[in-house]
Design a protein around this ligand. Structure first.
Ligand code: ZN
Ligand code: ZN
Ligand code: ZN
Length: 346
């Protein structure tokens, strides 16, 4: 029997969980290989890197760029490029809506947008090695792409994320981040939104603002506080050395953040990632943004934040079976170790 290789969303009829079937992903070239468990990886081949400057033709066309005045699209002279993903998880050229054929076995076309953000022209593999200007550009690109994608009425959520190292899901060594535009609000965001809304209903306060106030009082899990941001290890992290970064002011949508605040956030991130590299000898990790769905108006209950999860251990039978994570390192200990490696701020 032949199956159609088009991407598709399917909802599990007993758990309500969405899964995306993404046949294109199987065709991705893998240029990273594992060298040592949980550490970052070295390129497995010397193949020409499609993300290096001068090789623009090897990646799909640019949808956004920060580049020198007078340079042409898809040519050298850029500082940052956003291109369509050559092996997309979802595709924008599919029907957005389709009549529900079977309300029990709910399936929808794999309609979506998948972009790659390349924040440096040279073959850098470590986010901590970006300059403050490059990291700021990366955050500006996330913001600008979320804004641009939001202007299209078809999308309900934009997931921004970065996979660093093969253990964390990266397949190309050249530093890059990804943006996936979704026609629905994913389960993780829905559950955080529901919890925050319920908390706001009971306490008339944002649970994240409350968390910030309590962490500042406790101090033991704080990594660094800057004028507008707080970085800390959460009270009950799933992963060892997991940390979160969020604005100290209440803000439901990341995409309203101004350039100056993004520059401050970039410097903070560079410091945190260098400390993470120092403590765990360059671990593989994922970093992702959680923000209010773009179509929702500003609200008082949800507060955008970044979560960074080092992949120091694999989720195993207990985690998959119970949904409860085992974590070997208390966040207070992780925070003390990371703090000791942060650069000294004058
Ligand atoms: Zn490269
Ligand atoms: Zn808040
Ligand atoms: Zn979150």
């Amino acid at each position: 029997m032949q199956y159609d290789p088009l991407p598709e969303f399917r909802r599990c009829p007993v758990t309500g969980r969405w899964v995306i079937f993404a046949p294109e992903r199987a065709r991705r070239p893998i240029t990273l290989q594992h060298t040592q468990a949980h550490q970052r990886d070295r390129p497995a081949t010397d193949a020409v890197c499609p993300f290096c400057e001068g090789h623009e033709a090897e990646a799909p066309g640019e949808v956004y760029a920060i580049r020198a005045v007078g340079t042409a699209k898809d040519s050298p002279g850029w500082e940052l490029r956003v291109v369509s993903n050559k092996f997309p998880a979802l595709r924008p050229d599919m029907t957005a809506t389709m009549p529900l054929l079977d309300p029990f076995f709910e399936a929808r076309p794999g309609f979506g947008g998948h972009e790659v953000v390349i924040p440096c022209q040279s073959h850098e593999t470590n986010p901590a090695k970006l300059t403050p200007a490059q990291y700021t550009n990366l955050l500006i690109a996330y913001r600008d792409r979320i804004r641009a994608i939001s202007s299209d009425n078809l999308w309900h959520y934009v997931q921004v994320f970065q996979n660093v190292g093969a253990e964390a899901g990266a397949s190309l060594a050249h530093l890059h981040a990804q943006i996936i535009a979704l026609p629905l609000v994913p389960d993780a965001i829905q559950s955080e939104l529901a919890f925050a809304k319920e908390y706001h209903g009971r306490h008339s306060a944002c649970v994240y603002c409350e968390l910030i106030a309590k962490e500042r009082l406790a101090r033991s899990r704080i990594l660094r506080e800057t004028e507008h941001f707080l970085a800390f290890c959460p009270f009950a992290p799933r992963f060892s050395y997991e940390f979160w970064v969020m604005p100290k002011y209440h803000a439901s949508h990341f995409e309203i953040t101004v350039d100056a605040a993004l520059a401050e956030l970039a410097r903070l991130f560079l410091d945190l990632l260098a400390a993470l590299d120092a403590v765990l000898a360059e671990p593989a990790y994922n970093a992702y943004l959680h923000t209010t769905p773009m179509k929702a108006k500003p609200n008082g209950h949800y507060h955008w934040h970044w979560e960074v999860i080092p992949r120091t251990a694999r989720a195993a039978g207990f985690e998959w079976g119970s949904g409860c994570f085992l974590n070997a390192v208390p966040p207070e200990k992780a925070a003390a170790e990371l703090r000791a490696k942060l650069s000294v701020v004058s």
